[in-house]
Every structure is written in C-alpha cells, then in structure tokens.
Design a protein around this ligand. Structure first.
Ligand SMILES: [Zn+2]
Length: 407
C-alpha cells in the first residue's frame, strides 16, 4: 500500500487511493461458504477456485489453449523448487519471467519450494537459516531459505508468491510441531522483508500495469501447526500479525486422518481475516473441495486430477473409476454422462480403456482433460449455488451422487 502525505500537488492526488497487489470481494455467503472475485494484476478469478498445478511450467498432459478456452482456468500454479533446479532462474529471467517463458498471460501462483524440500525427507537438513538438500536432478548440494525463495519467485514473476515455510509431519508431537511452527513464523517475517526489498528493487520480472492495482506481486502467509488446534490458532495469530495479502492453511493432507484435516479447517478458516482470500494448500478430492468450501475456504490446488488422469483414474459425478478395468471393455457410455467436456462428448469408456491398454499417450491426455474439466465444473457449480442461495442443496446432492459410484 502506498501512502501519501496531505500536502501533495493535485495531479498526484490519485495515489491517495488505496493501491494493493490484489483485490478481493465477497459477493455472496451461505454459512461459512463464500463466493467472491479475486482481482490480480493478470485478471479476475471467481472464487472458490481450483488451480491446476503446473509443476515445471506445464500442467502435465494438457495444452495451454485448452486450459484457456474450454476449461477457462484463470490461474495455475508453478513450483519454485522444480523451476529453480530446471531450467534454472537464468533461463527464465532471460525469457522475461515465467509468464513469457511458458506463454501464459493469466494469473500464476508459485509455491515457495518449502513443501517440496520438506518432502525430500532424509535428503535435507533444516537449520534456522534455511534448508540444505541434495537436488533430485543431479545430486548437487543446494540451499533454500526465505531470502532465496523470494528471489526465485521474484525472478519467476508470479502474481501470487507464497512465504517459505516448514511443514511438520501429520503425526508430529505437540513439542515438535510448536518448534516447527515458530520457525515458520520467523521465516514468514524474513520472507516478507526480502519480498519488500525485492519489490522495491524491481526484481519482479512479471511487472505489469494494472488498473487500480499496484502491478506488484502479492504475498500470502501460511498457517502451520499440524493437527494441534491450539498451535494452529497461534500460527494464525503470528501470520496475521506480520500481515499478508492472503492467507493459506498448509501442512494438511500429509498423512493425517481426514477427520483431523476437517477439524483444523473448520476451526481455523472462520478465524482467518474475512476480507482476504483463504487458500487450502494441496487439497484434495472433489468432495474435499466442496466440504472445505462449506468451512470457509476460497482457493485450492491439487495434483490429483492430472496425476491420477495419467494412471487411468477418472473423477466423475458418480465417483472415481479406473478406466483400465475389464468391465469397461465394451462400455459405450462416456466417462461421465453428466459431464459436458469435449472428451465426454466424443469418446466412449471402451475407447479410452483401449488407449490405456495399448499404452497410447492420448490416453493420459484425454483423462487429464476430463478430470480437470470435472474439478473446474464442480467449482463453477459451487460458486453458482452459493450465489443463488442453494449451496446446502448442491452439497447434499453432490455427495449423494458421488456415493452412487461410477464403476
Ligand atoms: Zn468429461
């Protein structure tokens, strides 16, 4: 936010208006479920939103044209860890940032690399300063810290940047989680300081002029604390005290019971700032999304639709189905009879099964397309139902249909 003193010349009075990297407006609410619009420097995103994951500068198995036109994805994710290791920051910088490198003009959110590094397990060593780890690409020793992560994300030029955090394992003790949560808070503060410095130095390669918006990157904080509600609340307080443009719940869906995950969301989401977007990281199945929206979440990302699409699993309105099963050999129906995507309009289960059984690359492409369409359509339905006041009915019918099971 830029502040102006009172005695400025008249022509500069425009900067008296509040200028922020993002704008977030809630249009409708039912219970804790919210429907709104998140405006970034690269366009508007209706929330609740599902963000397809573009790990290494690609949403695996789908072309950008399809993401834009048929699926109308307004925002996708990029992974700092993967892009930093390959192709490396110099390549992306010389291309003019990640948007230009991959030719995607809509919004991009990048994670901090913290979760990927954490997932390396024994291959990493965490200290106050940051995390040392061996690259999974070439085995070289690398070091990631709040400062390095902010530097990489500025070079990528994403529109939403995530703070560098540490994730405690789902089954971590209270003591271990508390230590990790406090480290996350200190890293969040360092992330914000480094982020502000980089913005003022003009390091953000994704700078664009945006009407009413600052054109700078937005920075989101992350609430940790595993399954311990008291620590989750403390972490939220610590994060809000530092102050961010949006707030995420991290460290869920990492091996804890599903009931624990929903307990945390139900307790924490309604306590998060009401005027900022709330992002649940790395979750989940279509039913998880609907249930988390009911508890107050606005943004999601998950690899499930793309990753499972590549192995033959389709998400449908009547539950999951594995297209490789013999029962689909002569099944002339589409993957999901109530899906309007181009795959369901054109191809049968029998044909898709044949593609998988013969190892054709089109198999993964078509299933990925349908799965993403199903996730994005589900969120479209969620938004419409919140706006029309029918969300409880949508939620009930959605859940009942899923139980009918597609197989
Ligand atoms: Zn479909």
């Amino acid at each position: 936010m830029r502040l102006c003193v009172n005695f400025v010349p008249l022509r500069e009075i425009f900067c008296m208006a509040q200028v922020t990297p993002i704008k977030f407006e809630i249009n409708a609410q039912q219970g804790e479920a919210r429907a709104g619009v998140l405006t970034t420097r690269r366009g508007q995103i209706e929330t609740p939103v599902f963000m397809p994951v573009g790990t290494a500068g690609t949403v695996k198995g789908i072309r950008f044209e399809e993401l834009e036109t048929e699926l109308d994805a307004r925002i996708i994710l990029g992974n700092t860890y993967h892009l930093w290791l390959r192709p490396g920051i110099d390549v992306i910088k010389s291309a003019g940032g990640l948007h230009r490198f991959i030719s995607w003009n809509r919004a991009l959110l990048t994670d901090s690399g913290g979760f990927q590094v954490w997932s390396l397990g024994a291959l990493r060593k965490i200290s106050e300063e940051g995390t040392e780890f061996r690259s999974h690409v070439d085995g070289s020793l690398r070091f990631l810290s709040p400062e390095v992560s902010m530097e990489v994300q500025a070079a990528l030029g994403s529109d939403i940047v995530m703070v560098f955090d540490e994730c405690a394992p789902g089954e971590a003790s209270h003591e271990e989680t508390e230590r990790s949560m406090n480290l996350t808070a200190r890293w969040a503060k360092r992330s914000k300081e480094a982020f502000n410095r980089l913005q003022s130095e003009g390091a953000d390669t994704g700078r664009v002029a945006a009407e009413g918006l600052s054109g700078t990157q937005a920075l989101f904080g992350i609430v940790q604390g595993a399954g311990h509600l008291d620590l989750r609340r403390t972490s939220l307080e610590q994060t809000v005290n530092i102050g961010f443009d949006g707030y995420a719940i991290g460290g869920l869906s990492v091996g804890e019971e599903k009931s624990v995950m929903f307990e945390v969301i139900e307790d924490i989401a309604p306590r998060m700032p009401k005027d900022a977007p709330r992002y649940l990281m790395g979750v989940g199945t279509p039913e998880d999304l609907v249930e988390a929206v009911a508890r107050g979440i606005d943004m999601f990302d998950c690899v499930l639709p793309t990753r499972n699409g590549r192995t033959g699993q389709a998400f449908t309105s009547r539950g999951k189905l594995n297209i490789k099963n013999a029962q689909f050999t002569n099944d002339t129906r589409p993957l999901d009879e109530s899906c309007g995507c181009s795959v369901c309009r054109r191809h049968s289960r029998a044909y898709l099964r044949h593609l998988f059984m013969t190892g054709e690359m089109l198999a993964s492409i078509l299933l990925t397309h349908h799965n993403l369409a199903f996730f994005l359509d589900t969120m479209r339905g969620v938004r419409q139902s919140i706006r029309s006041g029918d969300f409880p009915k949508f939620r009930r019918e959605f859940t009942e249909r899923l139980k009918a099971n597609g197989e």
